[in-house]
Design a protein around this ligand. Structure first.
Ligand code: SF4
Length: 324
């Protein structure tokens, strides 16, 4: 099966593996199931990453998601942290994979540097409402809504193909969903750089202190339908299938307008208590309902021309690659 675009009756996914440069993070979002305290998570070495990547060369993996906890922008360790992420991206490329980095808010210069070694990048907007700064984000300076909006704007200015999204069920209202979606839509209409919007339902895990139920999956199709009305048609809506347990609701999400299932790999690092369904299991759910599951690259074809010649060469190889 060759890598394809997304005509109707097709749902896509990205054959992916997540590398975590570090779990340490200076923010303390109360729903987090990922972080450790600063200094408490050893950084991934280049040789450890190389061992993992060499093993993956024998598997059907295309995207390497580089997902990192954050070192404070004013920390004396920030430069070394950033350099490690940059070097990991270069290694990923050298070994033939396509890097996509999500490392929290970056300076303009950091974002510009990472553009040269990533085919796309990402940052969840989550929710724009400032009321969350009094609750789940009380100790999370990186979750300032204006800071995150600025990241999306800089990505547009720098022509970085970008993935963002909403975290649902952390204390926001339906009106807050609309405002956040509208803000994404407005920025996309200026820069045309958003390739996907993830709608991620809050799913409680073992590490978090936020004491709230999971986002009701029955409400997800309703949010997807709203999002489809607000977002321009060239933005794909993505849902994480491991967080929508019931097959009927997964199909209902796709029928309502979600067309991508995100990166499918051995572990969901953000929601480690929710194992991914693997490609074959997803196919068995989708096919009887008339949906074909097709692998895609972490950069959508309309953005190829934004990439450097070097990155385009690697992407071209993958576009011609036969997965099976
Ligand atoms: S959710 Fe992200 S930013 Fe918040 S504490 Fe966890 S790793 Fe840090």
């Amino acid at each position: 099966m060759s890598v394809a675009n997304t005509p109707c009756a097709i749902a896509t996914y990205s054959p992916a593996y997540t590398i975590v440069p570090t779990y340490e993070c200076f923010n303390r979002c109360t729903y987090c199931n990922f972080r450790t305290d600063p200094g408490k998570s050893p950084w991934m070495t280049l040789s450890a990453a190389e061992n993992i990547l060499k093993r993956l060369q024998k598997e059907k993996v295309c995207e390497i998601l580089i997902l990192s906890g954050e070192v404070h922008p004013h920390s004396s360790r920030r430069q070394a942290w950033f350099q490690r992420i940059y070097d990991l991206c270069k290694l990923v490329l050298a070994l033939g994979f396509l890097p996509h980095t999500n490392a929290g808010p970056l300076s303009f210069a950091e974002m510009q540097q990472l553009k040269s070694v990533n085919v796309s990048m990402g940052l969840m907007l989550e929710q724009l409402t400032p009321k969350l700064l009094e609750t789940v984000h009380r100790h999370a300076p990186s979750k300032l809504p204006e800071l995150r909006l600025q990241q999306l704007e800089w990505a547009g200015e720098l022509q970085i193909p970008f993935t963002t999204g909403l975290l649902l069920g952390i204390g926001e209202s339906a009106n807050d969903w609309r405002e956040t979606l509208q803000a994404i839509s407005n920025l996309h209409q200026r820069y045309h750089h958003i390739q996907e919007v993830i709608l991620q339902p809050h799913s409680p895990g073992n590490q978090q202190t936020f004491d709230a139920l999971a986002f009701d999956p029955h409400k997800l199709p309703e949010v997807i339908a709203k999002a489809r009305q607000i977002l321009p048609p060239d933005i794909t809506i993505q849902i994480p299938p491991n967080l929508v347990k019931d097959e009927r609701w997964l199909l209902s999400c796709i029928e309502t307008g979600a067309r991508d299932l995100g990166g499918i790999g051995p572990k969901d690092e953000v929601n480690p208590d929710y194992p991914h369904l693997q490609e074959q299991e997803l196919r068995e759910i989708l096919q009887p309902a008339g949906w074909q599951l097709v692998p895609r690259l972490p950069v959508y074809p309309q953005f190829d021309s934004w990439l450097s010649e070097e990155l385009q060469t690697v992407v071209r190889r993958w576009r011609n690659f036969v997965f099976a």
